[in-house]
Design a protein around this ligand. Structure first.
Ligand code: PHE
Length: 333
């Protein structure tokens, strides 16, 4: 007598549990508790029961109704709670942290755009080189002490990690014909690590080959770069130096931004050292297959990080911090 009623009750409750759809909950209410619903259908058998049975059945009937109503109420109030925490599209969002171009990439982009504006072509040559491109072809014979000075990383198979971008001079001469105007920017490697040196750094190497070039063309080019990169007030000067692959050779200095050229603790009597330059040595022109009687060339090679650190207003005391990828550090520049 009670079996069918119990079945109806469990059936109803299992349909309600986990249901959060208002309409379908209302359907369930009608299906089970409505005037012609399952519970009232079940109640019909009451007329055929004895007095005692009626009492027992009546109690079970009320319990079943209450249980189904309770489950329905619970499901509806759960649904309301979910509705109340719903998404408000007018609340401003949380911005994800935005990165910025790395300092070195910024510097490289700026340097190449300054040079491409005056007709230089941007190049990038291998970072792993043969001895010939890195040294021998640049007029540095096997026993030359400059090879030790470079503090080179040697790799298996007689290869080296390029200690300078000058190896690109030979690659450029051998792969194109004069007039040449290249700006080769790439990674360079030396065994060094202190406040002003890192083992992997970048250099930019300019090479110009044409007829009738002289030191004044070199000076004019470097001055153009310095004014555009560092600012109108900055001056450059050439100091005699010795590189095997240029003759004459120079070290290039830029006037100090901190003291304006008078001399202070950041500079040497008003000047900061930038890098090397010179007129391409005839032996190097020969090695590059360039007619050294017809053409002359000039070249310069500077460190990107070092050059960037000397820009006005950049106060990076330790060159190693330039490698940081911490956004808090990078977003200052
Ligand atoms: N390759 C030299 C260096 O790394 C710089 C240089 C480049 C000098 C071109 C002269 C000409 O120090």
């Amino acid at each position: 007598m009670l079996d069918s009623l119990h079945r109806a009750r469990t059936e109803a409750i299992s349909k309600i549990l986990g249901n959060s759809d208002k309409n379908s909950l209302e359907q369930i209410r009608i299906e089970y508790l409505g005037r012609n619903g399952r519970i009232n259908q079940e109640a019909k058998i009451i007329t055929s029961l004895t007095k005692d049975e009626k009492v027992e059945f009546g109690r079970a009937l009320n319990e079943a109704k209450r249980a189904i109503e309770g489950a329905l109420d619970e499901a509806l109030s759960e649904r309301e709670a979910v509705e109340q925490q719903s998404f408000d599209p007018t609340i401003p969002g949380i911005l994800p942290p935005v990165g910025s171009t790395h300092l070195i990439s910024q510097a490289i982009e700026e340097i190449s755009s300054i040079f491409t504006q005056i007709g230089f072509t941007r190049r990038r040559y291998p970072e792993i080189e043969t001895d010939w491109y890195a040294f021998e072809g640049l007029n540095m014979p096997k026993d030359h002490p400059a090879r030790d000075e470079q503090e080179t990383f040697f790799v298996e198979g007689g290869l080296v990690l390029t200690p300078h971008t000058s190896s690109g001079q030979l690659r450029e001469m051998l792969s194109s014909k004069p007039p040449i105007r290249m700006i080769n920017i790439g990674k360079t490697y030396r065994r060094q690590s202190d406040l002003t040196h890192i083992p992997m750094f970048h250099q930019f190497e300019g090479l110009v080959i044409d007829e009738g070039l002289s030191i004044s063309n070199l000076l004019g080019t470097l001055d153009y770069f310095a004014k555009n990169f560092f600012g109108e007030k900055r001056e450059i000067r050439l100091r005699p130096y010795n590189f095997r692959f240029t003759e004459p050779s120079f070290e290039v200095d830029i006037s100090c931004d901190v003291c304006g050229g008078v001399g202070c603790k950041f500079c040497k009597q008003g000047w900061l050292e930038l890098g090397g330059a010179g007129m391409v040595h005839p032996n190097v022109l020969k090695a590059g297959g360039v007619d050294h009687k017809k053409y002359r060339g000039f070249a310069f090679g500077w460190g990107v990080e070092r050059t960037y650190m000397m820009k006005s207003g950049i106060k990076l005391g330790d060159i190693r911090t330039i490698l940081s990828t911490d956004i808090r550090h990078l977003s200052q520049f």
